[in-house]
Design a protein around this ligand. Structure first.
Ligand SMILES: Nc1ncnc2c1ncn2[C@@H]1O[C@H](COP(=O)(O)OP(=O)(O)O)[C@@H](O)[C@H]1O
Ligand SMILES: N[C@@H](CCOP(=O)(O)O)C(=O)O
Length: 292
C-alpha cells in the first residue's frame, strides 16, 4: 500500500485562464492505493458526502483506468469539493502519482499531468490541466497543450473560502465565447508580468499580473460580495486579488507581513455581505509527496 499527499491548488490566477496554477502549502488530500482485481473507492473527510464512490464518476477512477491500474483507493479529503481549490484535481494527482509507483508504470511527473487531467474531464467536462499540474509538480506551473513548465516560487497568499458552492462545470458555462483584441493585448501583458513575478518571487509583480477583464468579471457574478471582498483585500495590502480556479474561493497575493490583515479584511467583507467564510494563510508549496 502507498500513501500520497497531494496539495490544493489555485488555477488561472486571473490572467492565466486554463494555463496558470500554483500548489498551495495547505490544505491537501491524502490518498491510499492498494493493488486489487478491480477498482473500488472510499471517500472520507471534508465534503465526502457529496463525492461519488462510483469509479466512473470519481476523478481517481478515471486515472486508474487510464493507467490500467485497478486498486482499492481510499481518499481522505482535506479539500472541500466545489471550492475553487482544485479538490477533484488533488485526488486525481495523488492517484496518478501513487498508481504509477504501485504498478511501476515509469511515467515522469510531467507525463502524469495529462493522465491525471482525464479525471478533471469526468467532473467538469474539460480535461484542463491547470490544477493537476501544480498538484503533481508543485510551485508555479504553466500548462500548455504540448506540455508543462514549472518553476519553484515563494509568494505569500491568502485563500478565502466562502460557504457558497460553485461547481467548475457551472462556472465554465459563463466563460465568454471570445475577447476583444485590446483584452487579448492586456491579458498577454498581465500574464507575462505574473510569470516574471513568479520567477523573481516578487509579490508586487505577481499581484499586478493577476488582473483579468475577460473571464473573472463573468464569474464574479456567481460569488456574493466578490467586489467588496476584492476592494477590502487591496485596501489591507494585497498586491493582487482574483477568483481561485472557478471559485468561490478568492485568492490574494501579498507581502508576508500583510497576510493577517488581508485575511481579516476578506472575512469581514464577506460577513458584511451575509456570507460565512474561512480564510487560510498559505503560500506556494510543494507537489504530491509519497509515503510507504
Ligand atoms: N475525488 C474527488 N474529489 C472531489 N470531488 C470529486 C472527486 N471525484 C468527483 N468529484 C466531484 O467533482 C465535483 C467537484 O469538482 P469541481 O467542481 O471541479 O470543484 P473543485 O474546484 O473543488 O475541484 C463534485 O461534483 C464532486 O462530487
Ligand atoms: N481553469 C479551470 C480551473 C478550475 O479550478 P477549480 O479549482 O475550480 O476546479 C476553470 O477556471 O474552469
Amino acid at each position: 500500500m502507498l500513501t500520497v499527499r497531494a496539495p490544493a491548488t489555485s488555477a488561472n490566477l486571473g490572467s492565466g485562464f486554463d494555463v496558470f496554477g500554483v500548489a498551495l502549502e495547505r490544505p491537501a488530500d491524502v490518498v491510499r492505493v492498494e493493488k486489487a482485481a478491480e477498482t473500488t473507492i472510499t471517500v472520507t473527510g471534508a465534503g465526502s458526502q457529496y463525492i461519488p464512490e462510483d469509479p466512473r464518476k470519481n476523478t481517481v477512477g478515471a486515472v486508474a483506468e487510464a493507467l490500467e491500474a485497478p486498486a482499492h483507493i481510499r481518499i481522505d479529503k482535506g479539500i472541500r469539493p466545489a471550492s475553487g481549490l482544485g479538490s477533484s484535481a488533488a485526488s486525481a494527482a495523488a492517484a496518478a502519482v501513487g498508481l504509477n509507483e504501485l504498478y511501476d508504470r515509469g511515467y515522469t511527473r510531467e507525463e502524469l499531468v495529462p493522465i491525471a487531467a482525464e479525471g478533471e474531464a469526468v467532473v467538469s467536462g474539460a480535461a484542463h490541466s491547470d490544477n493537476v499540474a501544480p498538484s503533481i509538480l508543485g510551485g508555479f506551473t504553466i500548462a500548455r497543450h504540448d506540455g508543462v513548465t514549472s518553476v519553484d516560487a515563494d509568494i505569500p497568499l491568502v485563500a478565502c473560502l466562502p460557504e457558497i458552492v460553485v461547481s467548475t462545470r457551472d462556472a465554465r458555462r459563463v466563460v465568454p465565447d471570445g475577447a476583444r483584441m485590446e483584452q487579448v493585448v492586456e491579458t498577454v501583458g498581465n500574464a507575462a508580468t505574473l510569470a516574471v513575478g513568479m520567477a523573481r518571487d516578487d509579490p508586487d509583480l505577481v499581484g499586478r499580473g493577476m488582473h483579468d477583464s475577460v473571464v473573472t468579471p463573468a464569474r464574479a457574478e456567481l460569488i456574493d460580495g466578490y467586489g467588496n471582498v476584492h476592494a477590502s483585500a487591496v485596501e489591507a495590502g494585497a498586491t493582487g486579488v482574483t477568483i481561485s480556479g472557478a471559485g468561490p474561493t478568492v485568492i490574494a497575493a501579498c507581502h508576508e507581513g500583510d497576510r493577517g490583515a488581508v485575511a481579516s479584511a476578506m472575512l469581514d467583507s464577506f460577513e458584511r455581505s451575509g456570507v460565512e467564510a474561512r480564510a487560510f494563510k498559505t503560500r506556494i508549496g510543494r507537489g504530491a509527496e509519497m509515503f510507504d
